[in-house]
Structures are given as structure tokens and as C-alpha cells.
Design a protein around this ligand. Structure first.
Ligand SMILES: [Zn+2]
Length: 86
């Protein structure tokens, strides 16, 4: 299981797409569960994008939106399953 400190260490590689697909999956799973790291990655990505805009002019907002949707789904599923257990 990936920890927050592990994610922080590989976050820039994740944003630069330099991780193995298996490693990327661990990051994505962690991001689905951990709002703090989503904020962290989001901020880091924004900063990175500011530099990248000059070379490519492309911002990967579509990806972030998809992650957001999955997180929302995961949270909804979690709440409907767990909130009324009686
Ligand atoms: Zn985390």
C-alpha cells in the first residue's frame, strides 16, 4: 500500500508520466482515497503545467476531471454502503 510520504516522493515522476503502469495504478488508487494527496498532486500539476504551457500549450484538465469523478463515485458508494448499517 502506497503511503502519503511515498506518494510525495514520486509525485513529480507521476506528473511527468515517468512511472511504470503498475506504480501509476498505486498512485491513482491512493488519490481516490486520499484527498490531501489529490490536493497536493493538483497543486504540483498546476505548477508543472505553468512551465509546460510554454513548450506544449496543453493542460491535462480532462484527466483531473476523470479522477474527480471516480473519487466522487467511490465516496458515494462508500457512504451508501456504510452510513446506515443498522
Ligand atoms: Zn495520501
Amino acid at each position: 500500500m502506497l503511503m502519503c510520504k511515498d506518494l510525495a516522493e514520486i509525485a513529480s515522476d507521476y506528473i511527468d508520466d515517468e512511472l511504470t503502469s503498475r506504480r501509476k495504478l498505486s498512485v491513482k488508487v491512493h488519490l481516490m482515497m486520499c484527498k490531501d494527496c489529490r490536493t497536493f498532486i493538483g497543486n504540483l500539476r498546476t505548477t508543472t503545467d505553468l512551465f509546460k504551457v510554454h513548450s506544449s500549450g496543453r493542460v491535462d484538465e480532462e484527466f483531473l476531471r476523470r479522477v474527480d469523478e471516480r473519487v466522487a463515485e467511490a465516496l458515494n458508494a462508500h457512504e451508501t454502503n456504510g452510513s446506515e448499517s443498522d
